[in-house]
Design a protein around this ligand. Sequence first.
Ligand code: FEO
Length: 398
Amino acid sequence: MRTKVEVAEDLYWVGAVDWNVRDFHGYSTYKGTTYNAFLAVDDKITLFDTVKKDFKNDLVHNIRKVVDPAKIDYLVVNHVEPDHSGSLPEMMDLIKPEKLICSPRGKKAIIDHYHREDWPYEVVKTGDEISLGKRTVQFIETRMIHWPDSMFSYLKEDAILIASDGFGQHWATSERFNDEVDASELMHHATKYYANILTCYSPLIRKLLAAVQDMGLEIKMILPDHGLIWRDNPMQIVQAYDEWSRQVAKRKAVIVYDTMWHSTEMMARAVEDGLIESGVSTKLMDLSVNHRSDIVTEIHDAKAIVLGSPTLNNGMLPRMADILHYLKGLRPENKLGAAFGSYGWSGEAVKLMNQIMEETKVKLVHPGVKLQHVPTHEGLGKCVDLGREIGAAVKAEV
Ligand code: FEO
């Protein structure tokens, strides 16, 4: 049997590692994830969060390494999305806690999900504190990070922040702490997580970070509910969130394209030439081989998005419609954009891509280039010029 994982004195990781999950509502979790839960052993033994329903046995097994689950007094639900609360009904039956602690919206969400008005709810708001004995827990509501019910639990004496979906990464590992894994891979997963889950909440994250700063909380460790615990230099991820939430862009462009008979692909490479000539770092991403969540991760710190699709049935190719729909929902800020594509006879794709970029508040820097059937050398020259114009616009702002 594996040994118990002690995070701090009398505080244990008791969560589950999901090596096999590959899709998280449209996000490709190609390296799995974890559902973290934490157990504080004190006068009032307290479990912070549960796990996805299928992993209830792992949670119980890990708790039993420390205490009999029936001895748990308080159960804190920081977030009701089923990857954290799916096992709540079974855990409530097993533990029968004295208190089920949640935010006001958390109580509503728990009842909406599990239809149990009779559980012993203790509703807490920002700034409320509960003593466990030698430890005090302070609660901070974090609406829309990731759902309206979300909150953080701050262990005051230890200066440990249990951060629910905040600061997480979808990455299954045998290690539990950030200083035990490769730092650049960890930051890649943290970036992908932010780009795909939290980008649309960036204005709220900016406010939350300011509020936490005003509260003057010391933070010695951050315990997210997904991925590695930030034990070494936890403020690095807070600083990264500060930068990501302000959507600070680099001198970088991402060309995203799909192609039917390689004409739009030829155009993409010509646009790439123009961008590189302008001195802008450029990524070329073919929608047939890149997952939408990896594309969004590249777009995250790019100043410009350049989209290419031929026209199909008076529209764009389906994979372009997919990424545009996904991107629009994430509401990226401060991006520049342009579009291009080949066509046979009607040629609506460029206009439609432009329209969705405008709806997404992407600033168009060019009306777009469309070329009939197979591009000529002169036609490709227009694409190189498009790349140059975008490059100049990027350099004017970054
Ligand atoms: Fe990890 Fe919003 O759930």
